[in-house]
Design a protein around this ligand. Structure first.
Ligand SMILES: [Zn+2]
Length: 463
C-alpha cells in the first residue's frame, strides 16, 4: 500500500498533546554525560519508549560508560534495512544564571520549546520515535527494518562508540544510515550533509631544565619554548600549506560532482566578515576559493600554547617546559593514527625527538557518495514533507563520530532533519526548537521511510 501522508499527519494532530507530554518527560530527565547525572535513568526511558513501539531493545555495555540503547524494529524479512543514529546525552546546563527558564523543564513560549536537549538531540530522537509510532498506527507494518543506535556519550566525544561498533559490526549491516543533527539556515533552506571531517587533537610537550631558570643561562641551556616554536614552524608555511612530510599525499582528490556540490553551497560571506570584524579571508582568497577550502582542506590549528611567564609585566625566566594544543581537522583519507605517525616521523627527521606527542582524541572523517539511496531518499522526503530541496554538503567542516557507523562499515550515511534552526542555542543557555519543527521532523521521517523503502537502489541512467 502506498504511503498516505494525510492519515499520518492527522495522527500527529490527534496525538499532539501526548507527544509533547512525552517530550517534557525526556527534557525533564537530566542526562549529562560530562558528570554522569541521570544517564541510566535516561537510557531506561529511551528503552521503554522503544519497547512501546514493539522494538527489541538492548542496553549495550560500553566499558562501563553510559550504555548504547540499541533497538531493532520492523519486519525481519524486509528488503531494506535502515540504520538510525541519535544520542540521549546532553551538555551541562551551566551557566545557569543565563537561562530564562529551568533547563530541565519543558517550557513552551512564543512557539518555541525551551529546555536542555531540545535541539541536541532529544527533540530529534523522540520525534523520530513518535513518527515510527504514527507510521505503525496509520500505515501498518514498517516498510523497512530499522536498526537504531542511541548512544549516551556523544557530548563527550563518543569515547566508546568506535569500540562498540567494532564489537557489534556483524549485527550492524544496513543499506543506509540516517544521522542526527541537521537543520536549516537563516534563509530556511534545509542543510543536509553526506559526512563530516575527522579530527585529531594533540598535545605536544617539550621539556627543558628541571625547573625555570634565570634567563642569564640562556647562552648555554636549551629553551623548550624556542624548540616548540621551531618545530611548529615546520608544520605549515606562511601560504597556509601544510608541510608535514607526505601529509598531503593522503588527501583524496575530489570528483567533479563533489566540487560542483561545494561550489553550489550558499554561504553568507559578507555577513560573516561583518560579524567577525575582519575585512578579508586568509591568504587573500576570494569567496569562491574560501568556500572550496572550507570544505576540502585539512587544517592544523594552534588551539592554545603555553610556556614560561605569561602574566602582567616582565619576568626574565627560561622556562622548564613548553606545551601546545593542536587540532587537526581531517579530510578523506587522513585518520588520527596516520596524522600522529606522520607528525612523529616529520619531527624526528628534523631532530625534534625531544618533543612528545599525545593524541588526546580523534575521529576519522566520514564520507558517503553523492547519489546513494539514503541521499536520494532524504532529498525526496524533504521535497515531499516541506516542498524544499536541501542544500547538500559533500561533508560538513565540523567533526563527529559518523565514521564508526558509516564509512568504516561501508554504509552510506546522511545528516538530515529539521530540528536545528539558526538560533537553537545548542550547548548554550535557552536551548530551544520551534514547536512546528518538532512535528515537521515527524513529517520528514514518514516521507523518508516511504522513500527509503521504495526508491530504486541505484540511480537509473535516463539516457
Ligand atoms: Zn551536542
Amino acid at each position: 500500500m502506498a504511503y498516505q501522508p494525510s492519515t499520518f499527519n492527522a495522527y500527529l494532530n490527534e496525538n499532539r498533546d501526548r507527544f509533547l507530554a512525552e517530550f517534557a518527560e525526556f527534557i525533564g530527565q537530566p542526562s549529562v554525560a560530562a558528570d554522569g547525572r541521570g544517564m541510566l535513568e535516561m537510557a531506561d526511558l529511551v528503552a521503554r519508549r522503544f519497547r512501546e513501539l514493539g522494538a527489541e531493545v538492548t542496553l549495550s555495555d560500553t566499558n562501563g560508560g553510559p550504555p548504547v540503547v540499541y533497538a531493532e524494529i520492523g519486519p525481519a524479512g524486509a528488503e531494506r534495512t535502515l540504520m538510525i543514529y541519535n544520542h540521549y546525552d546532553v551538555q551541562p546546563e551551566d551557566p545557569l544564571d543565563l537561562w530564562e527558564t529551568p533547563p530541565f523543564e519543558m517550557v513552551i513560549k512564543d512557539g518555541k520549546i525551551f529546555g536542555r536537549g531540545t535541539s541536541d538531540d532529544k527533540g530529534e530522537l523522540l520525534s523520530r520515535i513518535q513518527a515510527v509510532e504514527a507510521w505503525l498506527k496509520t500505515q501498518g507494518e514498517l516498510p523497512v527494518r530499522i536498526k537504531w543506535v542511541v548512544e549516551g556519550e556523544e557530548e563527550i566525544s563518543s569515547v566508546n562508540l568506535h569500540d562498540w561498533s567494532a564489537r557489534h559490526a556483524d549485527m550492524l549491516g544496513a543499506d543506509g544510515l540516517l544521522w542526527e543533527g541537521a537543520g536549516y539556515d537563516e534563509a530556511g533552506r534545509p542543510n543536509f550533509g553526506l559526512g563530516c571531517k575527522g579530527i585529531a587533537f594533540f598535545e605536544l610537550r617539550c621539556q627543558g631544565p628541571s625547573h625555570d631558570l634565570h634567563s642569564s643561562f640562556a647562552p648555554f641551556v636549551t629553551n623548550p619554548a624556542w624548540r616548540l616554536v621551531w618545530a611548529l614552524s615546520t608544520l605549515k608555511d606562511q601560504d597556509e600549506t601544510i608541510t608535514i612530510d607526505g601529509y598531503l599525499d593522503h588527501v583524496a582528490p575530489l570528483t567533479a560532482d563533489e566540487w560542483a556540490a561545494i561550489d553550489a553551497l550558499p554561504m553568507e560571506f559578507e555577513a560573516m566578515r561583518e560579524r567577525w570584524g575582519i575585512s578579508g579571508w586568509l591568504t587573500g582568497a576570494d569567496d569562491f576559493h574560501a568556500r572550496r577550502r572550507y570544505i576540502s582542506e585539512p587544517t592544523i590549528t594552534i588551539s592554545g600554547i603555553h610556556a614560561g611567564y605569561t602574566g602582567e609585566g616582565s619576568k626574565t625566566v627560561l622556562p622548564a617546559e613548553a606545551m601546545v594544543k593542536l587540532d587537526f581537522r581531517l579530510v578523506p583519507d587522513l585518520t588520527p593514527e596516520l596524522a600522529q605517525d606522520l607528525l612523529r616521523q616529520h619531527l624526528d627527521r628534523r631532530g625534534f625527538t625531544d618533543i612528545s606527542i599525545t593524541l588526546l582524541g580523534g575521529e576519522a572523517p566520514a564520507k558517503s557518495p553523492l547519489g546513494s539511496l539514503v541521499e536520494r531518499a532524504a532529498v525526496a522526503a524533504s521535497q515531499d514533507a516541506w516542498q524544499k530541496t536541501p542544500v547538500m554538503f559533500p561533508w560538513f567542516a565540523g567533526s563527529g563520530p559518523m565514521h564508526s557507523l558509516s564509512t568504516r562499515l561501508g554504509i552510506p550515511g546522511i545528516f538530515a532533519g529539521a530540528t536545528w534552526h539558526p538560533n537553537a542555542r545548542a550547548h548554550s543557555p535557552n536551548e530551544n526548537i520551534y514547536v512546528e519543527d518538532y512535528f515537521r521532523s515527524m513529517q520528514f521521517m514518514g516521507a523518508f521511510l516511504d522513500r527509503f523503502a521504495s526508491l530504486p537502489a541505484e540511480v537509473i541512467d535516463s539516457a
